[in-house]
Ligand binder design. Structure first.
Ligand SMILES: Nc1ncnc2c1ncn2[C@@H]1O[C@H](COP(=O)(O)OP(=O)(O)OP(=O)(O)O)[C@@H](O)[C@H]1O
Length: 625
């Protein structure tokens, strides 16, 4: 239950509404309790020969009035408390998501996506039930219990004592069941996370599943998971199913006692007939809180289990945080120095970078080549501080990267990763990712866009009122031209306003890479990183892009990772990595002359280039004959 304590601050903005809601609970319960008393008065009045019909009519009207007022209070309590729990759910999910996106790459390596998704959905829902409905029913239960018991004691303390005896055991039954339900619920939630992960991976990797004819195998695997989900749920259902009958047994016993002993007391004239009937009603009202107690306990226990899982993530501190007094980055020249950098991925025992040292002067281009797995991507991922070095340090303009605010640092780095990732948004929005709000594409009235001096591109064959044509900023257009993507985008029916991904079209591998390149260039970065960014485009397009990029790269420090010598030969420095160490360094000419690994790579690629046109020629002549 301690886990739920972190929920308290979320009540603060709504405390007035909550108090009003709880007052409604008490009022509604008060009216419920008054009803049987009126019944008692009516029954006792009937036994009195002097009673007038007006008095009975008055009591009947009072019953109607109480029912109406009680109904209004009950409506108010649901409206207020459930409404507050929905708002708290939104607030909690907002904080949860904000925290998730602030966490580091190490965290994502440890946690499964499906698990995180089930925390953001199922667990938050369970917490909402504990925050709102459970609180409402808990107060309802306590108020109902106290009032019903008081009135029963008022009518007959002796009868109350006998009736309550079988019910004393109820809290223990509830406690035992609550613990058991909690255990089963945890197991179900955990399994649900596994299922979510599988669904998410299958949907993402649908092409691979098709290509490897894995539909049936995956469906069978999912079926097994689904059955296990049912088995775990059935365990909960069969065990929890005994809960209410057991409660019914004890409440039935209490009823029998009251029927017999109360009947005898009424016959002996110790209590009136009205008292006897009212006592039955109060006993029924007392049984409900006992049953509700179990339900409320479940809600609290499930909410606490879910809150515990959410807390575990919320307590996780991002490994990379801003220093207290970060250095200003404006006016930085862009000199990058690696000083004896050694790096090991968290939780692994192997250094993937070893004592890497080099300096890139402002405006210079550093190329990194090396075999697969030699550490090239790892090296550049240390620049935007996706990870920090295990030993040694990296400096920007002579100042360690750790002295800068990581957000500001990253906003000055244009990173084109190996795996192009695009959001299900328009092309323009994807390229403009991370641009200041004024520079991001605007949607709205054309007049408004013109007023913002933005360029509208893209035909609009069927105007869609929900998504007006995007106004594309100059930075996006210029970046798309550098990435040799502008022409292809204009060929799409909706130009830069074309939706990508799930609800839109899919770009080719090369187009995706060029879109992510345009995204990196559009933000006018101080440092540009191309991590094998052009592997999916042909050599001709690559050289066109690189020659356009040369202008862009002149004023910024750039890092290029490539397996093609043609892409790196113009770099100011070429670093050759082997198993995390720099084994060769120099210009293209120096390395070609040195006769090491780089020279071998160069020779191999030159031979390949010579063979390729010859092969194309012989194919063509073969086709002619
Ligand atoms: N997140 C990670 N956790 C643990 N080890 C990792 C992780 N990412 C990469 N590695 C390991 O680090 C080493 C270097 O990987 P890296 O991706 O930097 O190589 P690379 O030179 O860029 O390879 P490629 O040319 O194939 O892209 C590899 O042995 C790889 O298995």
């Amino acid at each position: 239950m301690r886990a739920l304590r972190t929920l308290l601050p979320y009540y603060r903005p709504y405390r007035r509404g909550l108090l009003a809601g709880l007052a409604c609970v008490a009022i509604a319960q008060g009216f419920t309790i008054v009803s049987p008393w009126i019944m008692k008065l009516a029954i006792d009045a009937l036994a009195d020969p002097a009673v007038s019909a007006d008095r009975i009519a008055l009591l009947a009207m009072a019953t109607v009035g109480i029912a109406l007022l009680g109904g209004a209070a009950r409506y108010g309590m649901r409206e207020l408390i459930n409404g507050i729990s929905r708002r708290m759910e939104v607030d909690l999910r907002r904080d949860f998501f904000a925290h998730l996106v602030a966490l580091d790459a190490g965290f994502y390596a440890e946690n499964r996506t499906g698990d995180l998704m089930s925390r953001a959905t199922n667990d938050i829902m369970a917490v909402r039930m504990a925050a709102g409905p459970a609180v409402m029913y808990a107060v309802n239960t306590v108020v109902g219990f106290v009032l019903a018991l008081s009135l029963m004691l008022w009518i007959s303390p002796r009868l109350t004592l006998y009736a309550v005896i079988p019910m004393v055991i109820l809290p223990f039954v509830v406690l035992g069941f609550g613990r058991m339900i909690h255990r089963h619920f945890e197991a179900i939630q955990e399994h649900f996370a596994t299922m979510s992960t599988m669904i998410q991976e299958n949907l993402t990797g649908m092409r691979i599943i098709r290509a490897y004819v894995q539909e049936e195998a995956q469906a069978a695997e999912f079926d097994a998971l689904n059955r296990e989900y049912r088995r775990r749920n059935m365990l909960l259902v069969t065990r929890a199913g005994a809960f209410h009958p057991i409660l019914g047994l004890f409440s039935g016993a209490a009823m029998v006692i009251v029927l017999y002993l109360g009947g005898r007391e009424a016959m002996a004239g110790a209590i009136s007939l009205g008292d006897y009937v009212a006592f039955f009603f109060y006993l029924a009202l007392l049984i409900w809180p006992m049953i509700a107690l179990g339900w409320v306990t479940n809600l609290f226990q499930q909410g606490a289990a879910s809150m515990g899982r959410i807390n575990a993530l919320m307590e996780r501190e991002p490994a990379i945080r801003a220093p207290e007094h970060p250095r200003a980055i404006d006016g930085a020249r862009g000199e990058i120095e690696f000083r004896d950098v050694t790096f090991r991925y968290p939780g692994t025992g192997r250094d993937v970078l070893r004592e890497v040292s080099f300096v890139a002067r402002p405006g210079q281009t550093v190329a990194i080549v090396g075999a697969t797995g030699s550490g090239k991507s790892t090296l550049v991922s240390l620049l935007p501080r996706i990870f920090d070095p295990t030993e040694g340090e990296i400096l920007l303009d002579g100042v360690p990267l750790t002295a800068y605010d990581p957000g500001t640092l990253r906003s000055r780095i244009g990173m084109v990763p190996q795996d192009a990732f695009l959001f299900s948004e328009t092309i323009a929005t994807n390229i403009a990712l991370g641009l200041p709000p004024g520079a991001a594409p605007e949607s709205g009235e054309p007049g408004q866009a013109e007023a913002l001096d933005l360029v509208r591109v893209g035909a609009e064959p069927e105007p869609d009122p929900l998504s007006p044509p995007a106004a594309v900023p100059d930075a996006v257009l210029a970046a798309a031209r550098v990435a040799q993507l502008d022409e292809a985008i204009r060929d799409f029916p909706r130009g830069y306003g074309t939706l990508l991904g799930e609800r839109g079209i899919n770009l080719s591998g090369g187009q995706k890479q060029r879109a992510t390149l345009a995204r990196a260039v559009a933000r006018d970065p101080l440092v540009l990183i191309l991590d094998d960014a052009l592997s999916a485009v042909d050599t001709r397009t690559e050289s066109r892009i690189l020659s356009d990029l040369r202008e862009v790269m002149e004023n910024r420090t750039s890092f290029i990772i490539s397996h093609r010598v043609s892409a790196v030969m113009d770099a100011d420095h070429i670093l050759v990595l082997d198993d995390g160490r720099i084994v060769e360094r120099g210009t293209h000419e120096e390395l070609a002359a040195a006769g090491g690994g780089y020279a071998t790579l160069l020779r191999r690629q030159m031979i390949e280039e010579e063979i390729e046109p010859a092969a194309v020629q012989s194919d063509a002549s073969g086709a002619d004959t």
